[in-house]
Design a binder for this molecule. Structure first.
Ligand code: PMP
Length: 389
């Protein structure tokens, strides 16, 4: 053999136990972890199809939708974004992207690669936009689809969505919404709010591992996909295949082999959704609201400023805290990890170098975690200030 077995792989696997209080992923519950230990099943076994059907039902509940085309794709949140754009838009069509942070930039990058024309609606960073300015932009560009982020995790901003669907539909388009950092934690009603494509992350408030991204398409979005002039450009995201694999169309259609879904991720997501169903959406929203209120009050008592100024537009899940003058993010992040085993994160995109981001979601949305994070932040900032001396 010219290449020997690597020595590092001959040592046992060793992993730290971390408290994931950054913008995601968050920790999995014991119940989800137990599910992940189970032996794999084949991707077309009847038991696997049964679990996939249970996931579909759980996702319809989580998204508050009756959409047939509701499933999970084998990818992290970025895959949801790329699948959303790639399925409902064709090369040469135009898309309006509300520019509110890094996810808008990623959407524009993906759309550009797919040959989709992009226009932007500019917004003030960290500030939610209103219906009037939204309608102005939609009426000017008349896009085939509009992309909006519900939970702008780079800024800790929650964008209200009520009324956006009606405006987009009035001008003949479809509304795509990213709820990666909010679903399960913030009230969300896909059908009542007229949302045509919505995807989320498995690894944030839902509390499963990353890699299995829920997505749902309204009847109008489904029609657009089924009447496309050209095939979906990426086979892996093609909903005409995935919809059959997930039994979303005519139930008599045989479920084809499209790809080998990760059995363990299916178990994990199934259990995460079962926990959400047991707790109840309203109770989960209330728990996240109470914990974030306690956390934000604790931050205010200590004199911290939040990046998002209007309290009603602050996300319950991810909080962006302005760095105190002259203090850098890196020593805070390092200290919190070394001394408290807590994950904190710096800014992203436009907030880079300006904020510390802390996430309390899923099983980490507890009052105890809020207290621990506040203590860790106090000490970490003291340490970071001493580094500046
Ligand atoms: N959208 C939002 C709002 C996010 O917070 C994230 C992840 N931080 C993503 C999309 C991308 O998800 P992933 O990292 O799972 O690909």
């Amino acid at each position: 053999m010219e290449v020997e077995p690597p020595k590092e792989l001959l040592k046992p696997l060793q992993l730290p136990q971390r408290i994931l209080t950054g913008p995601g992923p968050s920790n999995c519950s014991q119940r989800v972890l137990k599910a992940l230990e189970q032996q794999v099943l084949g991707h077309t076994h009847p038991e696997m199809f049964q679990l996939m059907d249970e996931i579909k039902a759980g996702l319809r509940y989580a998204f508050q939708t009756k959409n047939n085309l509701t499933l999970a794709i084998s990818a992290s949140g970025h895959g949801g974004l790329e699948a959303a754009i790639g399925n409902v838009l064709e090369r040469g069509e135009n898309m309006l992207i509300v520019k509110a942070g890094i996810w808008a930039e990623r959407a524009a990058d993906m759309a550009g690669r797919l040959g989709i024309r992009v226009d932007f609606m500019e917004t003030e960073f960290g500030v939610a936009f209103g219906l009037r300015e939204f309608e102005l932009a939609v009426s000017e560009y008349r896009p085939k689809a509009v992309f909006v982020v519900h939970s702008e995790s780079s800024a800790g901003l929650k964008q209200p969505l009520e009324g956006l669907g009606d405006i987009v539909h009035k001008y003949g388009g479809l509304l795509i919404v990213d709820t990666v950092a909010s679903l399960g934690a913030e009230p969300f009603f896909a059908d009542a709010w007229g949302i045509d494509v919505v995807y989320t992350g498995s690894q944030k408030a839902l509390g499963a591992p990353a890699g299995i991204t829920p997505i749902s398409f309204s009847p109008a979005a489904e029609k657009k996909i089924l009447t496309r002039k050209s095939p979906v450009p990426v086979f892996y995201w093609d909903m005409t295949w995935l919809g059959r694999y997930w039994n979303c169309f005519d139930p008599r259609t045989p479920r084809p082999y499209h790809h080998t879904i990760s059995a363990t991720l299916v178990y994990g997501l199934r259990e995460a959704l079962a926990q959400l169903a047991e707790e109840g959406l309203a109770a989960s929203w209330a728990r996240h609201a109470n914990v974030s209120q306690k956390f934000h009050e604790g931050l205010a008592r200590r004199g911290y400023q939040l990046f998002v100024k209007q309290p009603q537009h602050r996300l319950k899940t991810v909080t962006a805290i302005m760095l105190p003058d002259g203090v850098e993010a890196q020593p805070i992040i390092r200290y919190a990890m070394d001394r408290y085993n807590l994950e904190f994160s710096g800014g992203l995109g436009p907030t880079a170098g300006k904020v510390i981001r802390i996430g309390l979601m899923g099983v980490n949305a507890t009052s105890g975690h809020a207290d621990l994070v506040l203590r860790g932040l106090d000490d970490a900032v003291k340490y970071a200030k001493s580094c500046q001396l």
